[in-house]
Design a protein around this ligand. Structure first.
Ligand code: WT7
Length: 647
């Protein structure tokens, strides 16, 4: 046991096969897609590209693999906006709703495919009028409003690459990203709605643009109605430019490897990396996964992904995947607790949402708010529910299953990354028996293997997650830094893509994600995943959320320190909780200290900042806290840590 790379301690026994009723209408039941892909994964992807995507010119080579650089559908041409819009309108589905948009204050917009196409055509001409040409980079810094989708698709239509920066990022973060990409135009808004207030964007954008010499024009959408200053010649109102724009803009074919977008992701160290995604392979990957992972029936489904377009989930599973598939979807502007803690459930009931895709951090927050919130609304329209972003603890999975899925929706726990472009590991809802907390298996077409320290394949137990084959949606590199691309992803295990995540395989060959490997603790020579201890803590009925870190310890190397948030009204003492972990995992995993806290420090995308908690636990000064959503949480924890060391 002790020589396993990462010990697999938690044993989950519950199994959930798809119901007969679900299988009856499911797109995939049985193993035929897996069999086909296992026989020849390139041929498999080639069939998907042919069936799911419309091409202007066919490709001559499916995959050009020059490790670690891949090209897909080489020589083929297509237009992504054509695939997401025109082809549905041409097929007579122009009046189908593309977007049910719900603003936070309660205002709504219903946008059909024909209307979305027309808006995108106009905005494409606006961009051209501002001097944008094929190959340029455009920055987008917008709230969750339909114009964000329009702006992205207009870029795609004319062959400019977008770089979307999440609206919660600071002006400095925006400036860094604009400068790294040398973007020509910035598209922003006066402000957006968040928790009942307008948050300003244009003033931040002004601050950023003061130090971004490449920006020639700023386009401003009116949303918040907050006061902004407009610099003559540089700044333009979106609605004014749109009013005079030419309504027709043909979708020109782009090379399959044309840069579609850059999206910046922060590693644990160093400056953010501009992850490059291209056209034909990416569109194939997201269209395929959106269709089969969610069992999409576009005629009847109403799909909703709660991510922000500023993250890759918003790119792949709000914009490109769903629109390419001709889906009807909900987009919501605001926070889940405005005006009440039941806002999301009221939206599901209002629009009859059938497929719902959210993140574990959100699910644990819903647990904290209590089951009475979803119980207020009719959620019976739901038929598939999904999770992405972090390992989902088995108890959060069960809560999601019972209280949102009402016991009869398959859960798709989807593992992927900004770098992978689309979902890589996930159940197929009509074909896979799920286990709470396991992302189950690599999708058809994807090669995933767990390896040990030396790179040998592990068939049972813990290790490092690697990808063995190129895949169409894979990143094509890091903008401006091919060496860093090779080093970050391809040097740790030669010939393999290293995702940076720990994983384990159980007796049945199911994959369990164990979090980033830098979240692995070493306690008395035992490598223990923070995720497993967190899951054990969260399995206690009083606990809503837990973050675990390893802090330096003279005796044990690292000691397990836990930060725990309790469910509303619940109480438990530290000793009972430590014993509970011992019972669930073993005495080795018992936290040395447990701090109770009303909140955990998180990034704006909801990831727990374990690095900060480690700093707090080890009494260090805090490093970079700029990505923290709420800094007061950490100050409070620091005060408490100082107090307890005086005790
Ligand atoms: C990292 C990638 C993919 C879109 C959102 C995050 C973690 C993601 C899962 C999952 C366990 C997951 C991994 C991964 N992760 N999904 N289903 N189970 N872990 O994108 O910001 O690029 O983060 O998120 O650690 O490496 P990202």
């Amino acid at each position: 046991m002790a020589d396993e790379t990462i010990e697999a301690l938690l044993l989950e026994q519950r199994k959930f096969p798809p119901s007969a009723a679900f299988k009856k209408n499911a797109l995939v039941v049985g193993t035929h897609l897996y069999d086909e892909a296992n026989a020849d994964y390139e041929a498999f992807w080639s069939r998907q590209a042919e069936e799911l995507v419309s091409w202007s010119t066919p490709w001559s080579q499916t995959c050009d693999w020059n490790l670690p650089f891949s090209k897909w559908f080489v020589g083929g041409t297509l237009n992504v906006a054509y695939n997401c819009l025109d082809r549905h309108v041409e097929a007579g589905r122009g009046n189908k709703v593309a977007i049910h948009w719900e603003g936070e204050p309660g205002d709504t917009r219903t946008i059909t495919y024909a209307e979305l196409l027309s808006e995108v055509e106009r905005f494409s001409n606006v961009l051209r009028g501002l001097g944008v040409v094929r190959g340029d980079r455009i920055n987008i810094y917008l709230p969750m409003i339909p114009e964000a989708v329009v702006a992205m698709l207009a870029c795609a239509r004319i062959g400019a690459a977008h770089s979307v920066v999440f609206g919660g990022f600071s002006s400095q973060a925006l400036a860094d990203r604009i400068n790294d990409a040398s973007a020509k135009v910035l598209i922003t808004a006066d402000g957006g709605w968040r928790r009942g207030d307008v948050f300003p964007l244009k003033p931040q954008a002004d601050e950023a643009v003061a130090s971004t010499p490449s920006i020639e024009h700023v386009v401003v959408v009116k949303r918040g109605n907050n006061d902004v200053s407009m610099k003559a010649g540089r700044d333009h109102w979106y609605h004014e430019l749109m009013a005079t724009a030419d309504p027709k803009c043909a979708a020109e074919p782009m090379d399959s490897e044309q840069l579609l977008f850059l999206l910046y992701t922060s590693g644990t160290t160093g400056k953010p990396k501009g992850i490059m995604h291209t056209t034909g392979g990416y569109l194939t990957h997201v269209t395929y996964t959106h269709k089969y992972v969610f069992d999409l029936h576009p005629e009847t489904d109403v799909y909703w992904c709660t991510a922000d377009v500023g993250w890759v989930t918003g790119h792949s599973y709000i914009v490109y995947g769903p629109l390419s598939n001709g889906a009807t979807q909900v987009i919501y502007e605001g926070v889940p607790n405005f005006p009440g803690n039941d806002r999301l459930w009221s939206i599901i009931a209002k629009y009859g949402v059938t497929i719902f895709y959210t993140a574990p951090t959100a699910i644990r927050t819903f647990m904290k708010w209590g089951t009475q919130e979803p119980a207020k609304h009719d959620l019976s329209s739901l038929r598939v529910i999904g999770s992405v972003g972090e390992p989902i603890n088995p108890e959060a999975w069960m809560w999601y299953h019972e209280h949102i899925g009402r016991g009869n929706c398959p859960i798709v726990d989807t593992w992927w990354q900004t770098e992978t472009g689309g979902i890589m590991i996930s159940p197929l809802p009509g074909a896979t028996t799920t286990k709470p907390g396991s992302a189950t298996f690599a999708l058809p077409g994807v090669g995933a293997e767990v390896v040990d320290e030396a790179g040998n394949t592990v068939t049972k137990g813990g290790g490092y997650l690697t990808l063995t084959n190129p895949w169409p949606g894979m990143l094509r590199g890091i903008w401006g830094d091919p060496e860093r691309y090779k080093e970050t992803y391809w040097s740790r295990f030669p010939g393999r893509y290293f995702a940076g995540d720990g994983a384990k395989l159980d007796d049945d060959g199911y994959l369990w994600l164990l979090g980033r490997v830098d979240d692995v603790m070493n306690v008395s020579g035992h490598r223990i995943s923070t995720t497993e201890v967190e899951s054990a803590l969260v399995s206690h009925p009083s606990v809503a959320e837990a973050a675990v870190v390893g802090a330096n310890d003279a005796t044990t190397g690292q000691a397990i320190i836990a930060y725990v948030t309790l469910r509303g009204g619940a109480e438990v003492n530290e000793t009972d909780l430590r014993n509970h972990v011992a019972k669930e995992i073993g005495a080795i995993a018992k936290p040395k200290t447990i701090y109770f806290t009303p909140d955990l420090p998180k990034t704006r995308s909801g990831k727990i900042m374990r690095r900060l908690l480690r700093d707090v636990a080890e009494g260090r000064n805090l490093g970079d806290t700029t990505t923290l959503a709420d800094a007061s949480v950490v100050t409070e924890l620091q005060n408490r840590a100082a107090q307890s060391s005086e005790d």
